[in-house]
Design a protein around this ligand. Sequence first.
Ligand SMILES: *Cc1c(COP(=O)(O)O)cnc(C)c1O
Length: 371
Amino acid sequence: MDQTHCPDNPYLLLTPGPLSTSKTVKAAMLRDWCTWDTDYNAIVTDLRERLAAMASPQPGYTATLMQGSGTFCVEACVGTLIPEDGGLLVLANGAYGARIATIARVLRIPVVEEDFGEVNPVDPDRVAALLSAHPALTHVAVVHCETTTGMLNPIQAIGAAVKAAGKTYLVDAMSSFGGIPIDMADIGADALVSSANKCIQGVPGFGFVLARRDVLTGCAGRARSLSLDLYAQWRAMEEGGGKWRFTSPTHVVRAFAQAMDELAAEGGVAARFARYASNQQRLVAGMADLGFDTLLPRPLQSPIITSFRSPTHPDYAFKPFYERLKAKGFVIYPGKVTTADTFRIGNIGEVSPADIERLLSAVAESMYWKA
Ligand SMILES: *Cc1c(COP(=O)(O)O)cnc(C)c1O
């Protein structure tokens, strides 16, 4: 588990993807696969089935893999699912929510962006009023774990409000799927997006959309892009037995299959959630002992990534702190909130409780650059 013992890995990534992957996930890429050969396509089909089973124990969900980073999948989803006469309500409280609204604007889809502010969760009680004020909107999108702050949004209560209004519900669960138990049927999600290099702990190169089969079937010819046509990609994978339309990231897919095996071996999503949650709790407690406050109160924090307020001590500056931590084997993340000076520490990936203890000692030795 200790990545720093590997000479090729001088530091552990405490970042929200790409993240530290196991040696065996990386080793899975040491062979070449033909993109259309049946051996490879069988791996893709198996992955699609395993992902659909992870989406919900209920039947009726289907997985589509798509080349590119996570944003490509969000764009494929927004650009393919919303009809020409439809519109999107985005419930935003950070950069990733705002990005969904930007995607809609670029695609010339009517969008209403409701901004709840970076330090407040999305309020499900406002959804009904927003939708009755904008009756032409057909779809609602929200981010589950807003990686900007680490905020966890109440996707189940939001889903209930969206479904009560009869709208289609899209969830960006990029940084949470595989690390936090989610049942799409329970939350009423019609489509949910995640990617290879977040909680499933693969390497970057593709993302995936989990969707209700009956929602996807009606979307032929709707896409506003050729390569990001989610419907066409789904049909190709269904009819071609795991074929991708264009060159697929074969090595990345093989590494992802290994990562899915390792998730199952760890005990599945519940066990991974337990590891992330206990590491995050220990991190926050240890950082508090060193005088670091979190941006968000405890109940709003996710086990994925945590925003800490930068110390106001005159001997603290982010850059030297970052460099000193990196030299000690840990890469952290700059802050992304606009209203406060923060930095972030992620704990998704191949990170053990012992890594967190070593990190806390390294923080204690690195926080004041003049010391
Ligand atoms: C990582 C992430 C994305 C996708 O980002 P990419 O850089 O395109 O992979 C989208 N939404 C959330 C919440 C994320 O954490």
